[in-house]
Write a protein that binds this ligand. Structure first.
Ligand code: F6R
Ligand code: MG
Ligand code: MG
Length: 378
């Protein structure tokens, strides 16, 4: 069976700062998705959040970029925005940049990661959801997972992974893309994706055509989409696992190292990526540090399967694995908290703050203009 899994996300308002959505917003979104199941437009869904972002995870047979699926997401975010406005939540409707939906959410504000594949007899899927950072924050961990044999031993000892993977990289400024094959082109790949201001991994493919797509990342650049800063383009990614693809444990391993990413307060700082469970994803220290949640499902004939009892659970109610809940990741969290505190001691100085051209908020042009006349030639 060929199915599509879509994770469409947006920040449409939250309680007491850019912190977490109200439960009534999640309920409003679920109602729209439940109706879509009843109508047969989607097969299954799960609504969750990381920090202030609502994630609509949907399975269906419509393929990627389908107007019906994007329309459902748009309506769900509209309903969640109405709740936000009614309750007076902060930044109500922030990511809905247009009043009118025209068939596709790309370019309108929400982010989307979508992939289509032939479902394997057992299909484990991991969904990564980050708050207060950008899509290229996934470049380093994805390179480790799919191209680094010191992370994924499967690349060395599993004949099904031994040939490596194909990376599709996008240039988010010039809107171009390129495919690079690893391990042959690993160094070229790293030349591009180590520049996280410009290049982001969009998709990764298995070289085994029967398996097809391995991973996909949302790569919308909100600040560029809107032509002005309206909110960080907090990313998500969908990764299929096991049986010829990296194991779940290989997917999660890189996050034991809380690498520095851009985002955090006012989208303008560098901070460590803090792996945590959904409930711990409120960005509480200087609006962060940037949060990462990983949840896991099996997929069976398009249905999402977690710990719930499918015979008695209402549609859309699932209990996925919340991978970073476990105590082993306390180690990464402690390191991340130390790095966060160390970085903060730099205050508004680089490299804690991003370079001038990357600032999401800036007073530079007006300050430079004001001081222009007093600037003396040396
Ligand atoms: C970053 C983020 C927050 C806000 C910050 C200032 O993605 O959402 O860090 O940028 O709280 O928010 P405003 O300008 O709304 O007061
Ligand atoms: Mg926000
Ligand atoms: Mg957010």
């Amino acid at each position: 069976m060929r199915i599509t899994i879509s994770d469409i996300k947006a920040d449409v308002g939250s309680i007491a700062g850019h912190c977490r959505p109200h439960p009534l917003q999640l309920e409003a979104a679920k109602k729209v998705l439940k109706e879509a199941v009843d109508k047969g437009t989607i097969i299954d869904f799960y609504v969750t959040r990381v920090g202030d972002d609502i994630h609509l995870i949907m399975t269906h047979d419509k393929g990627e970029d389908h107007p019906d699926i994007h329309g459902i997401a748009w309506n769900a975010f509209k309903e969640a925005t109405s709740v936000a406005k009614k309750l007076g939540l902060y930044a109500a409707g922030q990511d809905l940049l247009s009043d009118a939906f025209s068939g596709n959410i790309r370019g309108l504000g929400p982010g989307a990661a979508e992939m289509t594949f032939e479902e394997r007899p057992a299909e484990p899927v991991v969904i990564l959801m980050a708050d207060k950072t950008e899509p290229s924050a996934f470049n380093l961990p994805l390179a480790r997972i799919y191209a680094d044999p010191f992370t994924t031993t499967g690349l060395v000892i599993d004949p099904r992974l031994h040939d490596g993977f194909i990376f599709e990289v996008v240039d988010v400024i010039d809107h171009k893309r390129i495919k690079l094959s690893t391990p042959e082109e690993l160094h070229d790949l790293l030349t591009l994706i180590s520049d996280t201001t410009r290049y982001a991994i969009k998709r990764i493919f298995s070289k085994n055509e029967k398996i097809g797509i391995a991973a996909v990342v949302s790569t919308e650049k909100l600040n560029i989409t809107a032509g002005r800063y309206v909110g960080k383009d907090d990313p998500c990614a969908i990764l299929r696992a096991q049986s010829g693809l990296p194991a779940v444990g290989e997917i999660l391993q890189p996050f034991m190292f809380p690498h520095l990413v851009a985002g955090w307060m006012r989208g303008s700082h560098h901070g460590p990526l803090y792996p945590c469970c959904v409930d711990d994803s409120d960005p509480t220290f200087f609006d962060g540090p940037p949060r990462l949640v990983a949840i896991g499902f099996q997929i069976k004939e398009g249905r999402l399967v977690g710990e719930e009892n499918p015979d008695s659970s209402p549609v859309g109610e699932h209990k996925p694995i919340d991978y970073f809940k476990g105590s082993v990741f306390d180690h990464a969290r402690r390191i991340a908290a130390q790095i966060a505190e160390y970085m903060r001691r730099h205050g508004p100085f680089m490299p804690e703050i991003v370079p001038p051209e990357e600032l999401e908020y800036t007073t530079r042009p007006s300050v430079l203009k004001k001081l222009e006349e007093r600037m003396e030639k040396l």
